[in-house]
Design a protein around this ligand. Structure first.
Ligand code: FMN
Length: 359
């Protein structure tokens, strides 16, 4: 039933032991300096039977940080700690990409040394609050980046990509989904700029494309992926015309030939957006020339079906990997899956992190 999912796969020059990807998951267990703790290497090595692991989102700079205890890839200590992680995964026969993160306005000054979050425009997230060490807080109006600051942020992505190489990762993924900085540039409710980085769809797409170009210059196109969530309104990611926006973006991405495009399906109710596409794979999958990683609510049966239908090259699983470190083996045996304890998803110590047993 899972023959294709569990069979070896190729991602360009990389040979993967199966078609299963561990989706990126923030676990908020780094130290106060954004250094992953020793348990992080154990956690990822336990999950190395995935064909490919995408790391939790990793801050590209101090200014990229939006949430407490999230790791970075901009100091020597952080790089050294990630080296331990990638070595452990490689020793266990796995492959691991680093997901590169700038949170933009999805942060709070109280976790940023008093500095306001930055964003394309001074527009706050509505109707949600942000987790801080002092409790939940309303979102602030972010400070709009200047043109030259945008160039500096692109430079930060490039440096983080170089650091990912030094840390021994197998590639990098740009986190351009779920409302973080690259996503904020794309959508017209968050990006009100009137310079070269805002306005038309082409100008709103420019930041993402320039960052991808920088990452590709460091890694080569085959080792650079991008995660997109075209129809997820979370974090006030409300665009007037996602079909036009993402059709343009995917067309331009095709020219860069990224190693893969990682697409999140619509996981949130879309009742307020009757004109948005519902079926992400049917609408956008066919516009993508790179291998497609499908994500969002898959299990063994639906993941296998997506591969068999030719809808996806690989399928990624997030939540199922939290409590089932040996998820491919469980799929192979048709075993029942353990459920993750939601209370220990973010933050804390080893409990709910490295103590979920394999079969
Ligand atoms: C605890 C947790 C943390 C997450 N952190 C990230 C993240 O850092 N980067 C990201 O792109 N997605 C993140 N996600 C989203 C997952 O990568 C994935 O897109 C989502 O969980 C849907 O896949 P699933 O249904 O297989 O869980 C996170 C999800 C969970 C449950």
């Amino acid at each position: 039933m899972t023959a294709q999912l569990l069979s070896p796969a190729r991602l360009h020059d990389l040979v993967l032991r199966n078609h299963m990807v561990m989706a990126p998951m923030t676990r908020s267990r780094a130290d106060a300096d954004g250094v992953p703790r020793a348990s992080t290497a154990i956690y990822y090595a336990q999950r190395a039977s995935a064909g490919l692991i995408i790391s939790e989102a990793i801050n590209i700079s101090a200014d990229a940080v939006g949430s407490p205890l999230t790791p970075g890839l901009f100091s020597d200590k952080q790089i050294a700690a990630w080296q331990q992680v990638t070595s452990a995964v490689h020793e266990a026969g796995g492959k691991i990409f680093a997901q590169l993160w700038h949170t933009g306005r999805v942060g709070h000054s109280s976790v940023r040394g008093g500095l306001l979050p930055v964003a394309p425009s001074a527009v706050a997230i509505q109707g949600q609050q942000h987790f801080t060490l002092e409790g939940m807080k309303d979102y602030e109006v972010p400070r709009a980046l200047t043109f030259s600051e945008i160039q500096a942020v692109i430079g930060d992505y490039r440096r983080a990509a170089e650091n990912a190489k030094r840390a021994g990762f197998d590639g990098v993924e740009l986190h351009a989904a779920f409302g973080y900085l690259p996503n904020q540039f794309l959508v017209d409710s968050a990006n009100l700029r009137t310079d070269e980085y805002g306005g038309s769809i082409a100008k709103r797409s420019r930041f993402v494309l320039e960052v991808m170009q920088a990452l590709i210059e460091v890694w080569g196109s085959a080792r650079v992926g991008i995660k997109l969530s075209p129809v997820i309104p979370f974090n006030s990611m409300i665009d007037s015309d996602p079909l036009a926006l993402y059709s343009y973006l995917l067309g331009e991405l095709n020219k860069l030939q990224p190693g893969y495009v990682h697409l999140m399906r619509a996981l949130f109710p879309l009742d307020n957006f009757p004109h948005w596409p519902r079926d992400v794979l049917a609408t956008f999958g066919t516009q993508i020339n790179s291998p497609l990683i499908a994500n969002g609510g898959y299990d063994a049966a639906s993941g296998e079906a997506a591969l068999r239908a030719g809808e996806a090259a690989l399928v990624s699983f997030g939540t199922p990997f939290v409590a089932n470190p040996d998820l491919p083996e469980r799929f192979a045996r048709g075993a029942e899956l353990a459920q993750a304890d939601r209370a220990t998803l973010y933050g804390g110590e080893d409990a709910g992190f490295i103590d979920y047993p394999s079969l």
